[in-house]
Design a protein around this ligand. Structure first.
Ligand SMILES: Cc1cc2nc3c(=O)[nH]c(=O)nc-3n(C[C@H](O)[C@H](O)[C@H](O)COP(=O)(O)OP(=O)(O)OC[C@H]3O[C@@H](n4cnc5c(N)ncnc54)[C@H](O)[C@@H]3O)c2cc1C
Ligand code: FES
Ligand code: FES
Length: 491
């Protein structure tokens, strides 16, 4: 285990790459194309939308015996966050004898490519899929492709190619045996470095002459300590917001702290009545976690961005970013989620509904961060419904997303919690609408009463994604749908 400063070390096809002199905000895509000349990986949008830049990023599995991969949008990932990991690009797929991966062969055979610009990203998304699912059904294939735009081929030949490639399941796994020992070699220390006085020293991955840093600590203690010393540090989790700020707004934060290597933040802890979801647990992991308990929540998350976005984006990043159209928050608020906030060695719990103080404003104090999200487990008889309305089914952001939780007691709605995004400067509960529902039989709730409560709860404003007339109508109709479909009493 070695600490190296100003050198980002990662494994590429059986070799350690030592990237020196990179900026804190160099993207993985730029490094691949400009320094390594791996130009198979393309730049389309540079904002995580088109999938032309998809590559696979690997980490040692828990046992240290193999590599676990996720497909990522390399255009919005910062190179220093790759330190200690491995990467596979479309060039990695060609075998030593010149033969191609079955997915590539099948793409040729099924005419799955025309201009070819999207093809490397599509191939990487599909190769990533078949690493863990060698017999994907049509739904899994289209899900895997939902972050890859192709404007000339059409998706049918691409889907056919995937099915054809899976006729040779034993050939689908990429050979990464040479990467495993190298990944072990480049791991950074898992415990903090201490000064002679016992103070924590967080070793930077990148440090500029001006003293600006990209740090990638391995422990919660280091995160908390560094933030006390440098409260204006930009926290980096999945990079699906920060990457855009870097590419589109040319943001160049002085200090960046990557949280992805902090083991304590990667876990989901089982508490008696809740799941404690660590701050770098990804949206994909949360989707799996809630699939049985809250299927509607899982469905909202299945429609969150695309697989490469969901596999890196975190729940905490979604909350901290605080977009008015953030999708997880209505579900979390309706379920009564709370945040575990940490500053130094002090923690406090804040209900998510009390977290926001305005548009992208919240109660976090200087040096404080989200350590975890406590998501209550379902109660007997609890009904939870949620739905996201957007122009496209996949890879689109909400016009509005609504979520509700309630019980039916003696045929009356009880304990109603209702929350929306897209109607106010931040996602929020809707107490006036809840009051219309509370204690009522579902059949007695009228559209007029709901319309009046919507008008009294939110400021009417048209937005780029939808007019107010549309949003307010949808909000009311979603509530009616949520209660009408659940008129049977649940024990
Ligand atoms: C193509 C694309 C599609 C998208 N689709 C959707 C969608 O459908 N629905 C949706 O809601 N969002 C969507 N997003 C937005 C984004 O993916 C989410 O907001 C995501 O959850 C952000 O998480 P992250 O881990 O990537 O955050 P990052 O980009 O790493 O960070 C986001 C913000 O949170 C702060 N932060 C991160 N972790 C912490 C912490 N532990 N404590 C305090 N602050 C922290 C960061 O400093 C930063 O300000 C999309 C983005 C892209 C690029
Ligand atoms: S270049 Fe479009 S998603 Fe990366
Ligand atoms: S082959 Fe041209 S965009 Fe897909």
């Amino acid at each position: 285990m070695t600490q190296v400063t100003n050198t980002v070390r990662f494994v590429l096809d059986g070799q350690i790459v030592e990237a020196q002199g990179v900026r804190r905000t160099t993207t993985v895509l730029d490094y691949l194309r400009e320094q390594l000349r791996r130009t198979g990986t393309k730049e389309g949008c540079a904002e995580g939308d088109c999938g032309a830049c998809v590559v696979m990023v690997g980490e040692l599995n828990a046992a240290g015996t193999g590599v676990d991969y996720v497909a990522v949008n390399s255009c919005i990932q910062l190179l220093p966050a790759l330190d200690g990991k491995s990467i596979k690009t479309v060039e990695s797929l060609k075998h030593a004898d010149g033969s191609l991966h079955p997915v590539q062969d099948a793409m040729i055979g099924c005419h799955g490519s025309q201009c070819g610009f999207c093809t490397p990203g599509i191939v990487m998304s599909l190769v990533n899929l078949v690493q863990t699912n060698t017999a994907p059904d049509r739904q899994s294939i289209t899900d895997a492709l939902s972050g890859n735009l192709c404007r000339c081929t059409g998706y049918k030949p691409i889907i056919d190619a995937t099915v054809k490639a899976c006729e040779k399941p034993s050939a689908l796994k990429i050979d990464d045996r040479a990467d495993v020992p190298l990944l072990k070699e480049i791991q950074r220390a898992k415990s903090p470095t201490l000064s002679l006085e016992g103070d924590i020293i967080v070793q930077p991955v990148v440090r500029t002459k001006k003293g600006n840093e990209f740090v990638s600590p391995a422990t919660l203690a280091e995160v908390a300590d560094y933030l006390l010393k440098f409260p204006s540090t930009t926290l980096l989790a999945g990079s699906t917001e920060i990457g855009l700020q870097v590419n589109k707004q040319f943001s160049r934060p002085e200090h960046i702290m990557y949280l992805g290597n902090v083991q304590e933040l990667r876990q989901v802890q089982e508490l008696p009545h809740a799941w404690r979801i660590g701050a770098v647990v990804s949206i994909t992991q949360v989707e799996t976690l809630v699939a049985t308990a809250y299927p509607d929540f899982a469905e909202v998350l299945r429609r969150f961005g695309s697989p490469p976005i969901r596999s890196t984006a975190t729940l905490a990043g979604n909350i901290a970013n605080g977009s008015p159209i953030g999708d997880s928050m209505p579900c979390l608020m309706a379920l009564g989620a709370s945040l575990l906030l940490r500053r130094g060695n002090k923690t406090r719990s804040v209900a998510l509904e009390a977290f926001y103080t305005g548009q992208k404003q919240n109660v976090l104090q200087a040096g404080e961060f989200i350590e975890a999200i406590d998501l209550p487990k379902p109660q007997a008889g609890q009904v939870f419904r949620a739905h996201k309305i957007s122009k496209r089914f996949e890879q689109d952001i909400s016009a509005t997303c609504a979520a509700i939780s309630y019980h039916l007691k003696n045929g009356k709605l009880s304990g109603v919690k209702l929350a929306f995004n897209g109607l106010s400067p931040s996602p929020m509960r809707a107490p006036k609408l809840e009051a219309v529902l509370e204690g009522q039989a579902p059949g007695d709730v009228t559209a007029q009463a709901l319309d009046a409560a919507v008008a009294a709860s939110f400021t009417a404003r048209d937005g780029l994604r939808a007019t107010w007339a549309y949003r307010s109508l949808v909000a009311r109709n979603l509530v009616l749908e949520f209660i009408e479909e659940n008129t049977s009493e649940v024990a």
